[in-house]
Design a protein around this ligand. Sequence first.
Ligand code: AMP
Length: 451
Amino acid sequence: MRKRSLRVRFSSRMNSGTACRIRTARTSAVCSACLQFTKTKRCRRLAVERSGHQCRLVLSEVSTCPRRKSCCHCEGHLRARGPANAFHKHGIDENEVVIDAQMADHDAAMALVLDSLINSDDAPIKSLDEIDAIGHRIVQGGKYFDKSVLIDDDVIEKIDELAELAPLHNKAALMGIRACQKHMPNIPMVAVFDTSFFQTLPPKAYMYPLPYEYYEKYAIRKYGAHGTSHRYISERAAVVLDEPLEDLKLITCHLGNGCSMSAIDHGVAVDTSMGLTPLDGLMMGTRCGAIDPAIVPFLMEHENLTTSEVNDVMNKKSGLLGISGVSNDLRSVRDASEGGNERAQLAYDMYSNSVKKYIGAYIAVMGGVDAIVLTAGVGENCEKMRRMIFAGLQPLGIILDEEKNRQRGFEREISADNSAVKIVIIPTNEEYMIALDTFRIVEESEIDRDI
Ligand code: AMP
């Protein structure tokens, strides 16, 4: 069976001056990992991701080959215009279509994206009927979802109920779901949760040492985030290392504007740095990560801040931006530090130190580590940050190869030949995981229906 699906990511600030860029790529019918045409099964799927500032949409065909990579069919980005949200991240290729348009709301944005899928020059599909399924990235699945599910009214209600734990993300995702329901009412939709990968955490890792009644009353516990990324890079790392995932102790590091790390013991997530919300753990672009909780009431009292204002400080004004005063973008912080800016240097040092501490903690949690896996903007691209993170870890058997660290490329090992612990870079591909889950779940539901 051949399936097509659609995945879209939306942002909550996409209400004015929004631009849209659609990039199409030729689809390969051959699995790019194993090059075996006959072992691939394809699904054209649209993936929808809505997060803080953007809507991301990927139309892909899915290969179910275990050594697979995705075959991206078309990728679209909708971003609120502004200095911090420009399109500069995405390389221009000859198939790219850029649309500048005012979009009143998410519904209008979705209509424009769907129209460009079928009507732009070099449109990847001729009709929306060619899409077989839609996958939505949902940040918070709480206690309800330990795996991806077909979306129905009950699922929508639970995503809404959980919005309290991820207000920016879950509400935005719901807008994406509703827009898809409106424009493609007959296409099945799947919710893929960032938190479900961490439902394997043992209670000693997910409980907070607060009065137990708050866990019972409000389900306050660690849920983690970026789970789809950690799941993908752990699976791909096993392929790159040519070892079964079930035999490996991995520390996975998603280091971008948002940062999180996980301990994955024999394929099972046993700890992760993000908590009840994606604010916990590592220092990030604008988020503070873990701080002494007593700072919160102190600031509220001395700066006369409301709960929402103090939340804003910790989520949007802290991290690299808060310390450096320069930017949340590590490249700008790096340039400023190299130009002698001491606060920028401090921000750089703190970021690397924060990652280093979690490496130590997770080695202790798992009683060792076979490989450390890096992904996202900083993990994949910043050789200087990687050098700082791994500096001094030789006593733990972790040795970076300076030459390999400088090389640019795709999935690769950058540890020295004599390093007991491998260091691996895996560019994340959450879209692919969403596509794959969507494909499997829709296929299963069709089989069930046929029985
Ligand atoms: P992400 O959230 O994964 O898009 O990652 C964004 C972060 O990656 C920003 O802090 C960027 O500065 C950083 N980043 C992206 N490319 C590079 C690069 N070539 N060198 C250093 N940092 C980079």
